[in-house]
Design a protein around this ligand. Sequence first.
Ligand SMILES: Cc1ncc(COP(=O)(O)O)c(C=O)c1O
Length: 401
Amino acid sequence: MKLFDVYPLNNIAITKAKGSYVWDENGVQYLDMYGGHAVISIGHTHPHWVSRIEDQLEQMAFYSNSIIIPIQQELAEKMGRISGKESYQLFLCNSGAEANENALKLASFHNGRKKIIAFTKSFHGRTSLAVAVTDNPSIVAPVNETDNVIFLPFNNEQALKDCFGAHGSEISSVIIEGIQGVGGINIAGDSFLQLIRQLCDDHGAVYIADSVQCGYGRTGQFFSHDHAGVNADIYTMAKGMGNGFPVGGILIAPHIQPKHGMLGTTFGGNQLACAAALAVLEVIEEEKLIENAKENGEYLMAQLKTIEVLQNVRGRGLMIGFDVPAELKELKKKLLFDFKIFTGEAKPNVIRLLPSLAVTRRQIDDFLESLQEAIDELKEEKNAEVSDTRLNGRTDNEVES
Ligand SMILES: Cc1ncc(COP(=O)(O)O)c(C=O)c1O
């Protein structure tokens, strides 16, 4: 049987991973500045995470949500304390798309409305409603198309006010990433998030903070929306939550009331997933990884800003992006194949850095050194190409004359 060929792949098979490094089948080591797409929060195969999962596996892996699962409550308490959202309620699921799907659905149950405001360049996942609020028509199938979603320009306060002015009583929810990831590391302005909070309050709409990529401590706060000093009604989470174990969830403000049967899932919140998620929070706390993300992120960004050719260096904590000029368009590939460093990208020309929150200053310095060398080599290659063309040009001219 063949695999369904939907992923453009790098021709590399990773067989071992530890901390911020991964190794391919030939034993070649790579520095992971991509965190397997922002998933690796505490470092690959962290020993505490491994032993927590192993211990749980020996006791039991799964029994459904028809019984009391004490480890879910343990997870909720720890998450409430570390995130500072103690009064919120936790619903567990398995992925980011599923978290957003549940959040949008819950908002609609809550206020009985249908319209959703989403923003340009958003990415919220690939399931039916999550993809409908994603600003990428190429991944929206005809069956996912709906008139219930209104796309507004990101960070445009006037457009948001106008929309609420015209449709306020119909808006069920506003969904926004605190920092757009797939869209290219675009930061939602503090005043924009404050305005969303205000308009949702004024009109009875639900503020959904998609924190799947920008949450879980990556930006130096538990949720990137915290930088704006606002509380969302629902936070959606996945990626860093399990450090590679598939687990997602939503944090729900206390005024949104549950009802039996309203939401549900077979696998969500299973014992094994909760053990992985608890291990992640324990390590985040023990190793002060949110502080590490803030400090090392600031350092990395400051250093990147000194590299002249990189444009619009931006981000928060360890969620950083920069634009690559056309003459360096091979930079990401060069970093991967010549310097053995994984980075992320966003179309058309953004490099995204999403390393583990445990990345060290030394690893960042190694990355910066390689980045500078890769840029220098690309420039040299470019210059050689130009002089080759000139030389060839001259020869042709000489032949002609
Ligand atoms: C902001 C955001 N929301 C949702 C998702 C979807 O998460 P998943 O792939 O786990 O369904 C992603 C994935 O990249 C994301 O970046």
